[in-house]
Ligand binder design. Sequence first.
Ligand SMILES: [Zn+2]
Ligand SMILES: [Zn+2]
Length: 264
Amino acid sequence: MTVDAGKPAAAGALGTQDLHAHSTLSDGDLSPARVAALAAERGVQIGIADHVSTRNAERFVSSLAAVERYLETIEALPVFVAGEFCWCDGMWRDLPAEVMDRFDYRIGSNHGFSLPDGGEGSPWWKRLPAAWEGRADEVMEAMVGNLCRMVRTMPVQIAAHSTLTPPALFALEPDVHAWWTDAREDRWVEALAESGVALEISNRYRLPHDRVLRKARQAGVRFTLGSDGHTEAQVGRLEWAVETARRVGVGDADLWVPERRRRG
Ligand SMILES: [Zn+2]
Ligand SMILES: [Zn+2]
């Protein structure tokens, strides 16, 4: 889907916004107030983007009532009001529009992807299940297809840790380009460019790799930086992401910058 492109970044913006942080409202270690205070100490604007998903009903924001409580809590803080939605969970389809609209922006994440046999793959798979042994390339192909559908379907502004690739594949062949081939990178970049969804540079996962970032920049895709921080050590920390952005030529003008909605 096509989304609001956000406003242009001010000069010197690179590294001043961490748009992906977690709190105790889902699986983070720190209270939302502590996340806000830590970001201020570290000199970054922060977006609290807790998991809004039924995938882990105990820990995640997993019902309409819980989403409303979540929004009330973070709307009172000097942070961007965000949420991380799972591609593999239908909650983003079920929430009313007026609730979805209260987020300053929404993040879409591949925490699980559909396989052609009806099963679900994981980007964290350390070993391929028996049915997929010897078929790693098909798994990769399915995952890239899911990512492209994700940005074309989900009402999100950012694709987080998108090129996260199952370790089971790197155990077979460590070269990232063996899996992220030119053709797959091109499909992914085209889906991002056409949907207008921004590509997150993830400080936590150290993704994406340089070649796809350079292609995305060439295609006019916009970028965000995210710590994906869950801990005191991680929240607001963007060193790797900033260094990577500079290395591949991503500058202030290439950033996607959210706007805080006016709240009564
Ligand atoms: Zn995630
Ligand atoms: Zn996250």
